[in-house]
Design a protein around this ligand. Structure first.
Ligand code: ATP
Length: 593
């Protein structure tokens, strides 16, 4: 076996066993930082299956050893065996039965291990994602996260699934090696020497295919990106045949062509390695038949034993070589899973654990931002953007409108206020308590928000679903959605509604959370004039009367007067703050702002 193969297997098994240490590993152009801390939970989870994995490996190895012993018995039966027929026949039957049984058990345990591992690793990643920070996820990119969840996990488990077969075939090769050594040490050394030379050649070819496999993984991520465009942009594509043609024939096709090219290159290098090994293998059999008898004076039984063993080993050897691409893909995927875990973790100092179960701070606390700044760093040809430094205070029962032009920083502001972003500088306080990396997850639980790019879940996901069903029905009437949607067992009957209606359902979900602070990012933008009025004149004052602090991003200057303050942002800075009620009164109840 080529040395890289042993190294890769050992590394996979080592990692699956959870004994990873911080180190750099390189193969070809690959230099990926991999460490035990990068995705500790992955190792913990895989470690949980170590028992099954050991059983699978043991059964696979046993099956391989039984196979090697069958070769020896067959060779013995082919030559004079001095009345040992019964013993040899019984041995043959026993070994074959043992091989089949061990193989069966190994495969059964393997399937169980694979399915458990896929589920556990995926769940582990999902938990990590919801425990991570928004900025870390934005940096990782939705397509990378999606590719890791759907593709990388499968690749790692697929590679892990190769391990028992490799153990079985490796044991068969090792067993046959021992048998050959016993038949003729000289001939064995000759075979071993030629095999080592062949392995070195294969190793060189495999390194090339490794680079192509890594490039193919990146190409897959870009393909997913195009697929996402295809599904989320289907309306725009259906409406414009030229756009659809260009998108499919250029963007999708380019991504697919790159993926195809990388896969083809990887496969071609692999096939070259396979052909090299096959040629060498047949050359080896020829050398055994033609050269060895003259130089090593092999007796006929040893000669047939050698040839027979070599032919018998053909399948396991091809199988070992055939599993190389899967092992390499698994290795690259494992590095990606760990890299994603590490990038989430590295940015994760602000979210110790998932949503804190600690209760919110004493009833309705004041929230203050002091000298807060936050910057999106420039990337590629995209300019950076800096928000702040800014000071802002909101008290219980206050209704504050955040206004400003497109790109002035309103959404970034509320992401900082709600603890979704960590300030680069300055402090956010809740009831006088500074928000730190240790308590930011808890701090976020004080807010209920409907963002402009909100997601509406079918499930309400609140603790007391029976209480919720009754209360929800009341709210549905209030939001004028009765007859459109019902709620049963904590789930909406449908979320296939108009944009405005969906946003009302999102509002309902926020209401049910009953948090001290509410944030609405352009909530009313797609409401009809009647419901806009309901929102500004009834819903917001009602929340305010209940002592909730409310921050509303809006462009509806007709309704500024219902707020306590209007804060105007321009280019990431607060440029103006005023009290619209005073202005409203001053203007005699007409337009304000
Ligand atoms: N995830 C991000 N990564 C990098 N830059 C971003 C990101 N989100 C926003 N920006 C940049 O930050 C600036 C402020 O964006 P933000 O969304 O806060 O503005 P906004 O006032 O809410 O705009 P709009 O009214 O159009 O929603 C913009 O220039 C935008 O390009």
């Amino acid at each position: 076996m080529p040395p890289s193969f042993v190294a890769v297997l050992a590394r996979l098994a080592w990692r699956l066993g959870g004994f990873v240490t911080n180190r750099h590993e390189s193969c070809g152009q690959d230099t990926t930082m991999i460490g035990s801390s990068s995705l500790g939970s992955l190792h913990t989870l895989l470690r949980r299956h170590r028992g099954v994995l050991v059983l699978v490996l043991a059964a696979g190895g046993l099956s391989g050893l039984f196979s090697a012993a069958v070769v020896a018995v067959i060779n013995r039966l082919l030559h004079p065996h001095d009345g040992q027929l019964v013993l040899l026949t019984a041995g043959f039957a026993g070994l074959v039965t043992g091989k089949v049984a061990a193989n069966l058990l190994s495969q059964l345990w393997l399937v169980r291990f694979a399915q458990d591992a896929v589920m556990d690793v995926t769940m582990s990643l999902c938990r990590r994602i919801v425990g991570s920070s928004l900025r870390a996820l934005e940096r990782a990119g939705a397509d990378e996260v999606f590719t890791t969840l759907t593709d990388d996990v499968g690749s790692v488990v697929w590679a892990a699934q190769c391990v028992p077969n490799l153990a079985m075939n490796g044991a068969m090769v090792a067993g046959c090696g021992v048998y050959l050594l016993w038949l003729s040490p000289g001939a064995f050394l000759g075979v071993a020497g030629i095999t080592a030379a062949g392995a070195a050649g294969y190793y060189w070819l495999h390194r090339k295919s490794f680079s192509a496999i890594r490039a193919s993984r990146d190409a897959k991520s870009r393909t997913f990106q195009q697929f996402r465009g295809l599904t989320s942009g289907v309306k725009e594509l259906l409406m414009n045949a030229e756009r659809a043609r260009r998108f499919v024939e250029r963007d999708v096709r380019d991504a697919m062509a790159t993926l195809r090219r990388c896969n083809l290159t990887a496969f071609q290098h692999h096939l070259a390695g396979e052909s090299w090994t096959q040629s060498l293998y047949y050359l080896l059999i020829g050398i055994i038949l033609v050269v060895f008898p003259s130089f090593l004076a092999l007796p006929p039984e040893s000669l047939t034993g050698f040839v027979f063993a070599m032919l018998y080993l053909m399948n396991p050897v091809w199988s070992i070589i055939g599993s190389f691409p899967a092992v390499s893909r698994g290795r690259i995927a494992l590095a990606r899973i760990e890299a994603l875990g590490m990038s989430l973790e590295a940015n994760e100092a602000d979210s110790k654990g998932m949503a804190s179960s600690q209760p919110a701070a004493a009833p309705y606390p004041m929230i203050a931002m002091e000298g807060v700044t936050f910057a999106y760093e420039p990337t590629g040809d995209q300019q950076g953007f800096t928000l702040g430094p800014l000071d802002f205070v909101i008290r219980p029962g206050e209704l504050v409108f955040i206004v400003g032009g497109n790109g002035s920083g309103k959404s970034t502001f509320v992401k900082l206020l709600t603890g979704l972003y960590r300030p680069d500088r300055g402090t956010v306080r809740i009831g006088g308590v500074p928000v730190t990396d240790e308590n930011r997850a808890w701090y976020r639980q004080h807010f209920s928000a409907v963002f402009s790019d909100y997601h509406l879940f079918e499930g309400l996901h609140i603790a007391d679903s029976h209480m919720a069903d009754e209360v929800v029905q009341q709210y549905l009437n209030w939001l004028e959605l009765e007859g459109k949607v019902t709620v049963a067992d904590g789930r909406f009957s449908t979320v296939n509604l108009s944009q405005g209606q969906r946003r009302r359902l999102a509002l309902l979900t926020a209401y049910l959370e009953d948090r001290p602070v509410y944030v609405f990012d352009e909530w009313a933008a797609d409401q009809d004039p009647h419901y806009k009025g309901v929102f500004y004149n009834r819903l917001l004052p009602d929340l305010s009367a209940r002592g909730k602090a409310i921050v509303v991003i809006t462009h509806d200057d007709r309704y500024y007067h219902v707020g306590d303050r209007v804060v105007k942002l321009e280019d990431g800075r607060i440029v103006k703050t005023w009290s619209p009620r005073i202005v409203h009164a001053h203007l005699g109840g007409s337009e304000s702002g």
